[in-house]
Design a protein around this ligand. Sequence first.
Ligand SMILES: [Zn+2]
Length: 454
Amino acid sequence: MNGTLDTLIKGGLVVNAEGFLRADVGIRQERIVEVSVEIDDSRASKVIDATGKYIMPGVIDPHSHPVYVDDIGDMSITAAFGGVTSQIHFAYVKPDMQVLPVLEEFRNDGEKKSVGDFALHLGLFDVEHQITDLEKAFQYGVTSFKVFMTYAKLQWMTDDYWLTAVMDVAAKNKGLTMVHAENGLATDYIEDKLIREGRVSPDTFTMMRPDILEAEATNRAISLARVMGSALYVVHNSAGANVELFDRVRQEGWPIIGETCPQYLTLTEEVTKKKKALAKIGPPLRTEKDNEMLWDGIARGVLHTIGSDSAAKAKSIDDDFFDAPYGSPQVETMLRMIHHRGVNSGKLSMPRLVEIMSTNVAKVFGLYPQKGVIQSGSDADIVIFDPAKREIISAAEQHSNAGYTLYEGTEILGAPILTMVRGEVVVDGKELVGKPGRAKFLETDTSGVYEGLF
Ligand SMILES: [Zn+2]
């Protein structure tokens, strides 16, 4: 092959979902144009040495909330430092809000402020009044719709009637119904009872939102999705019991996508007890057994994706636990933690990490092979990852405005050292090089899920 290259990444080990490849990577403008064993330096304006490093497709985070202390620009920066090149944000349409203006605002904001590419999911809070606009969202390039089966008291919950209605529209248009699956009324009852007994605390938080009620809601969502013919995406699985459900449904050949998050793979309720309000997240952190069952689900391909569920909020450890909001910053640490706890411990191969953190997400949302793979013709969304880099995780080194991390003081081996979005370096070591204004809004297409992706 001939032709000049803008950038050549030399000497690294390319990691795709299919496996490793010792190859150099040539980039022209925004794309990868060549992947071969030896590409001559003289052809490139700029050469990046990746000897001893992995060259992997950028992580695609399918789950983020850039509406709290990290806006869409801040979120993209903390993400880029974590090796994330594209994010799918939840555009929440609260009651009295309209679907299309919300999407418009998110898109404009992202195009203006983000340093990485992005797509959008809708998050519906008032399905009864918002459902008529769902078809318009498809034309807008937004094909996934999340509802909460929980948070009834907060009035965020969608009941089974309207969940079924969303599934009906999704099925007709090959969209994806997404659920936060926890039984909202039962968890509210338990919470109210604990309040009456004066027992709401970090110690009782996991008890308030038990794994069985997560599995119950997940099973219910699966049942409704099958009746309505809708593909289903279950966000942030935290209960090990859910893996059994996914096993069963997979055997029966129904399109269900399961996501989990680094926090549910690596942390337990002991962290809730120690970090209190900072570790208040929904669903809650559970047990080591749940961690292990989720790792097993990931390793066996029963769960398909990992999302950060990053929702950085202003909290401090001694805030009133009951009043503290749900959420934690995760996106900057997610690749590091999944690599360290998954790959370094032998739970996961590096190609499998790439598959669940990049390739599968691209496939589910119709972004593949533009994203999610290092091959000729794909966007040059590339992370150079140093498996021998030692770091001690600390909020002081991070770029979220949350000001804390649940992994403070954790020693890890392996970290991203360069992040490139469509041919331009965004993060180089500790330095932010990328500027906002280049981000592309990505239209999703979830029809592949109906055609037996997994
Ligand atoms: Zn979330």
